[in-house]
Design a protein. Structure first.
Length: 444
């Protein structure tokens, strides 16, 4: 038995680096880039818990560095990828059987996501008091951080994003995106079954337009509702200078940001655009593959659209620093709509098979460097925040500026995040994962 267990773990470890024919390498590349963006952002974001006044210095840096503040777009990449991958799984089943086995689908989702998430929450319930005690003792603020271990039940039910940020278990704030994805996993099969049962796919453009209009209506409605509530609670309108990197400067900044976060930032109904566009891309991939191959065969047009998508993707990171402060493209990019649309197009470009040779983009995203990062990305996403807090706490007294903390602590935190994530992948994720026979796409 011991020998079998050892062999099993060895196979799990080898799978980190072995070629996997069930995966499309370019999509692994996108997933790896997404987790890298999120971790780099949080190295900057969580430095303010140790140096609350670090924002001004950061935003005085050149755009080549401060684009990291838009690392939140990594979550949007995750959303589009999740929408696409789950959409392909569900739509292929509908295409083959005109049905979805909901029990099997939810079983696979549970075994894919929950075991390592349970372990993560167990760890956080144990260490969140230690983290908050350190911060409250060493970093004087107008308010105290709360551990909130009693709120862990909201994480277990994937409804933590319905609770205001500073009432959640400390160090688990980033799991709002996991709650959104789980809510998406619950609703999407039911919605797709309804669409096909009532033959609404025959009017797919109208259905898509309806979901888009609903999205923008909900975004602007909750922005207005949140603005009113913020003014009522704090006695003043949302401060224009507040951003994710200065929320600890004062209690009012913290309260206003937490309320904005709660009303607009971390809810499925105000963030589903990326997931929706991923599902739309999946629909085209499953039901319109021939038309897609024909379109991508028109190299001039498809290449021009790819350049446009790449431009939008890059511009999204630099837009706050390149456009005049008074110029806002809210009606077009609200909730990262254009960015998510560009990512959905890029996914189709690299996923649709054809006679054309692989593009430079596809070859880049297929680099072997990305594969192991993509495979540990889920565990890395879970654990990178507590690892950053622990490393920053240990190095805080030997650094004098937030930049020293970010550079030194960042290198250590990235290394230890990779180690922790790899161990979780080998001992937990691979142990519970349901193997798939499909050789089309990477596992969602």
């Amino acid at each position: 038995m011991m020998k079998n267990a050892y062999t099993h773990l060895l196979e799990n470890a080898r799978s980190l680096f072995a070629a996997d024919k069930t995966h499309l390498p370019p999509l692994d590349g996108l997933r790896a880039i997404a987790i890298i963006l999120v971790i780099l952002l949080h190295l900057v974001f969580y430095a303010q818990y140790f140096y609350p006044n670090s924002t001004q210095a950061f935003f005085e840096l050149p755009p080549a560095v401060k684009w990291l503040a838009k690392g939140t777009l990594g979550v949007d990449i995750f959303f589009v990828l999740s929408g696409f991958l789950i959409g392909v799984i569900l739509l292929n089943e509908i295409k083959s059987t005109n049905h979805i086995n909901l029990f099997l689908f939810f079983k696979k989702r549970f075994l894919r996501l929950m075991p390592v998430y349970f372990f993560f929450l167990l760890v956080m319930v144990g260490i969140s008091p230690l983290l908050t005690d350190f911060l409250n003792t060493n970093i004087p603020l107008e308010f105290e951080h709360q551990a909130n271990q009693h709120s862990v039940w909201t994480n277990l039910l994937y409804i933590n994003n319905f609770f205001i940020r500073h009432d959640q278990v400390f160090g688990t704030f980033h799991t709002w995106s996991l709650a959104i994805e789980e809510q998406f996993y619950v609703l999407t099969p039911i919605i797709l079954l309804g669409v096909f049962k009532f033959q609404m796919q025959k009017h797919i453009i109208r259905v898509l337009v309806a979901f888009l209009l609903l999205y923008f209506a909900l975004r602007f409605a909750f922005i207005a509702l949140g603005s009113g509530s913020i003014a009522a609670v704090t006695g003043e309108a949302m401060r224009k200078e507040i951003n994710g990197l200065n929320i600890l400067v004062s209690e009012i900044n913290h309260t206003q940001f937490s309320m904005f976060y709660d009303f607009v930032y971390d809810n499925l109904y105000t963030r589903y655009i990326g997931l929706l566009l991923g599902v739309v891309a999946a629909y085209l991939y499953v039901f319109k593959l021939g038309e897609l191959k024909s379109f991508f065969g028109k190299q001039t047009l498809s290449a021009a659209m790819l350049l446009a998508a790449l431009f939008v993707s890059v511009f999204a990171f630099l837009e706050p620093y390149l456009l005049p402060k008074g110029l806002k493209l809210a009606t077009l990019i609200e909730g990262n709509f254009l960015f998510s649309l560009a990512i959905a197009y890029i996914i189709l470009v690299v996923a649709v098979p054809g006679e054309r040779p692989p593009s430079i983009l596809s070859r880049f995203l297929s680099l072997g460097f990305f594969a192991p990062i993509a495979r540990i990305s889920y565990s890395a996403y879970l654990f990178h925040v507590p690892v950053i807090f622990i490393v920053y706490s240990l190095l805080f007294h030997v650094t004098e500026t937030p930049f020293e903390l970010i550079l030194l602590g960042g290198l250590v935190a990235i290394l230890f995040t990779a180690i922790v994530a790899a161990l979780c992948y080998i001992f937990i994720e691979q142990t519970f994962r349901v193997k798939r026979r499909s050789r089309i796409l990477p596992e969602a």
